[in-house]
Design a binder for this molecule. Structure first.
Ligand SMILES: [Fe+2]
Ligand SMILES: [Fe+2]
Length: 391
């Protein structure tokens, strides 16, 4: 099912319609032609993918984005997903201090192994194995591992939707203590001081060198600062317009005061119609993440999850175990470390066939719910769900 790389390149060209003038065709023709192309492409992509390995970067040891970068041009490149992608970060004991950056999207970092720390706008948060760390929007963030223990972090992401909204902006505040500059780039110095890096002409077809300077861009800094620093609202709310003046203050105050770590030890397991589930984030949880639903699911050896369908796409990391999924009647095998990519509107079920229980971490964009497209349709219950579970 995995198409060859040349096929992917050919299809990518087809999926860049802005390269041609299509203005002579009416919108309804364009839309249906592109929809058909996208659908054919999604059908050709695998529903289970193996991890792309980590490499040294200007930030530290990071994997590429597993289902394409946040930019919308990379949707449907490796998996049949539009919004969801993810990456991995590894921090060895006594590793060089990682870089600091910020962007508008609010990432969620799941600690797969070890323990570490995160600094959000200078405030320190510690996390342990299987904790979820939430970086609020606009926040300068940096993470590190325990001095003596390797930390492995998994970051499921919905940042691609920000591209569609003109908000994919990213700023590098500080580089890794010992940065690696990828092919096609070189460090930039001023008076002997490292001030950023240069992306050389020719890379991705650019005609001139592109300098990436460390620090904030003034226009964005004004917006970011207002939204990070707004104090709690005082005074009355006289009309609907005032409600939205208040909202900015409420959002800033909430992100500053809420805990940025969802601690696995404090989250309860629930026996549900889908199986044994531990929720980290959903629209009703009190966290700075509004962007995803995230839960962990354990499936006993030889058992299966419930079978369900939702409109949203879903990404599941196999933390451990072995098994397979059935998506609309088609089987997809998986093992520890793989990522299961459930497309939109797909009837799906997970089967655990290993000697130990399978442990999955599920991430779903919350955006569908906010658009009135939430809710889950249960087709079959998990075997563990019984009368006792209703008590
Ligand atoms: Fe980030
Ligand atoms: Fe699901």
């Amino acid at each position: 099912m995995n198409p060859s790389s040349s096929t992917v390149t050919d299809e990518l060209d087809v999926l860049q319609p802005w390269k041609q003038d299509h203005s002579q065709y009416p919108d309804v023709v364009k839309r249906l032609v592109y929809q058909n192309m996208e659908n054919a492409r999604a059908l050709a992509l695998p529903h289970v993918i193996e991890q792309l390995p980590m490499k040294p970067t200007v930030q530290g040891m990071d994997s590429p984005h597993q289902a394409g970068d946040h930019i919308s041009y990379e949707m449907l490149t490796r998996a049949p997903h539009y919004l969801l992608t993810s990456h991995f970060t590894g921090i060895s004991p006594k590793a060089p201090v990682r870089g600091i950056h910020r962007h508008i999207s609010a990432p969620t970092l799941f600690c797969l192994e070890g323990r570490g720390w995160e600094r959000n706008d200078g405030v320190l948060y510690n996390f342990e194995e299987h904790d979820l760390l939430i970086v609020p929007p606009y926040t300068a963030h940096q993470h590190g591992g325990d001095e003596d223990v390797y930390a492995l972090i998994y970051v499921p992401e919905t940042g691609r939707v920000h591209h569609l909204m003109g908000l994919v902006w990213r700023e590098q505040i500080k580089l890794n203590e010992k940065p690696s500059f990828p092919q096609g780039t070189k460090p930039l110095y001023e008076d002997g001081k490292l001030i950023g890096y240069r992306i050389l002409k020719g890379v991705l077809g650019i005609k001139e060198d592109l300098d990436v300077l460390l620090g904030s861009e003034p226009k964005r800094e004004a917006t970011f600062a207002a939204r990070r620093e707004a104090e709690p609202w005082v005074g009355e709310v006289r009309n609907t317009y005032d409600r939205y003046l208040q909202l900015m203050h409420d959002e800033a105050h909430f992100c500053r005061t809420v805990d940025h770590v969802v601690r696995s030890q404090e989250r309860p397991w629930e026996i549900t119609r889908q199986g044994r589930i531990k929720w980290f984030v959903h629209p009703e949880t009190v966290t700075a993440s509004k962007q995803k639903w995230i839960y962990m699911q354990e499936i006993p050896a030889g058992s299966r999850s419930g079978r369900h369908r939702h409109v949203a796409e879903e990404l599941l990391l196999v933390i451990r175990g072995r098994g397979y999924d059935v998506h609309d009647g088609q089987r997809w095998d998986w093992k520890t470390g793989d990522m299961i990519c459930v497309p939109t509107m797909t009837d799906h079920q997970h089967f655990s066939t290993g000697d130990e229980p399978a442990l999955l971490l599920s991430a779903t964009p919350a955006h569908y719910t906010f658009l009135g497209l939430g809710g889950i349709e249960q087709i079959e219950d998990a075997p563990e769900f019984g009368e006792d579970s209703l008590v």
